[in-house]
Ligand binder design. Structure first.
Ligand SMILES: Cc1ncc(COP(=O)(O)O)c(C=O)c1O
Length: 343
């Protein structure tokens, strides 16, 4: 199967598997797993943040950040297709007691301008209006098609937010993809953010795990909350060993995924019935509209599956994500299959 449903489906490499087998481990709840500690220290160094914490999933990293930055009864402001709003099962409400104020990005890049964010803020309002407690950003933006937020844009939002004493959390699940496309170090892309989550188990290729970054005090509190949420995982040096390889080696090959995504985007653009704005294919996510084919996206995905290709359909759109287990010939096969099904 050519699995283009997500970059979460990547399998650990042979190098990762042997590092996992050889990993030195200890009880991470006691802070005694040397491999986890090495991974956390290295991540903090790469992002130039004070401290880092290994968390089982990106969702847990995001939700720990939401909880630590807010008080129950507050609101968080986020772009209306953001992961924290749409795909974390209401966790911000359940765990942190906050409501979400989704704001639409007029240009549909997924990255709100400060004016758009400002329109969703509640600061200094009468006491019966829920005050804003946090702004959440996402880079790259998953459901806007892997779009990149520049370091300057992020810095401007953070500075304006900080002027209002508002913290900013970055859902950087795919921040290394943003870094490769913008040719900007991840530390610069997230410099002004109060906390950052990035994922080891997507394009970087690890089997599991994400990292939450922030100040030492923030990460101390995050460690307590991770345990409270059931995320204290003991001898996880076996996972951290793969995570270290993901962190060091993973970013080096993301450009190949981006090139494959563009190849796929161009191939799809040539098909009658498909609409795609190629400017939006900036990283490893390709989303195209199939409304003019008069076929349902579910139907197209089933026909692709019969030809050995997995993709995700939603509404009139199909999403395909490139990653380390998808090759250029796989992309050509996918274009050929799409041609047979919808051209
Ligand atoms: C932008 C973004 N943030 C967070 C997550 C959550 O990561 P996890 O699946 O590890 O919980 C995802 C997962 O796809 C994502 O795309």
């Amino acid at each position: 199967m050519i699995d283009l449903r997500s970059d979460t489906v990547t399998k650990p490499t042979a190098e990762m598997r042997s590092a996992m087998a050889a990993a030195e481990v200890g009880d991470d709840v006691f802070g005694e797993d040397p491999t986890v500690n090495r991974l956390q220290d290295r991540a903090a160094e790469v992002f130039e943040k004070e401290a880092a914490l290994f968390v089982p999933t990106g969702s847990m990293g995001n939700e720990i950040a939401v909880k630590l930055h807010t008080e129950p009864g507050q609101e968080i402001v986020i772009e209306d297709r953001g992961h924290i709003f749409n795909y974390e099962l209401g966790a911000a409400a359940v765990i942190s007691g906050v409501t979400i104020r989704p704001v639409r990005s007029e240009n549909r890049t997924g990255h709100l301008t400060w004016n758009e964010i400002e329109s969703g803020l509640h600061i200094g309002q009468p006491y019966y209006v829920a005050p804003t407690g946090l702004i959440c950003l996402e880079n790259t933006h998953n459901f806007a098609g892997g779009s990149v937020m520049t370091a300057e844009h992020c810095a401007e939002i953070c500075k304006r937010a900080h002027d209002l004493d508002l913290p900013v959390h970055m859902d950087g699940a795919r921040i290394f993809n943003a870094s490769v496309t913008s040719k900007t170090p991840v530390a610069d892309l997230t410099w002004h953010c109060d906390s950052v989550m990035f994922t080891l188990s997507k394009g970087l290729g690890a089997p599991a795990g994400s990292i939450l970054l922030g100040t030492k005090v923030f990460i101390e509190k995050a460690r307590v909350l991770r345990k409270r949420l059931g995320g204290g995982m003991r001898q996880i040096g076996v996972l951290a060993a793969a995570g270290l390889i993901a962190l060091e080696e993973g970013p080096k090959r993301l450009l190949e995924d981006h090139e494959n995504a563009r190849r796929l985007g161009y191939g799809a653009a040539n098909l009658s019935g498909v609409s795609i704005n190629l400017d939006t294919v900036a990283t490893n996510i390709v989303i195209f509209d199939i409304a003019r084919t008069r076929k349902d996206s579910g139907e197209i995905c089933s026909e692709l599956k019969e030809r050995g290709i997995l993709a995700i359909g939603f509404g009139n759109s199909i999403r395909m994500v490139t990653h380390c287990d998808v090759s250029k010939p796989d992309i050509d096969k996918t274009i050929e299959a799409l041609t047979q099904i919808i051209d």
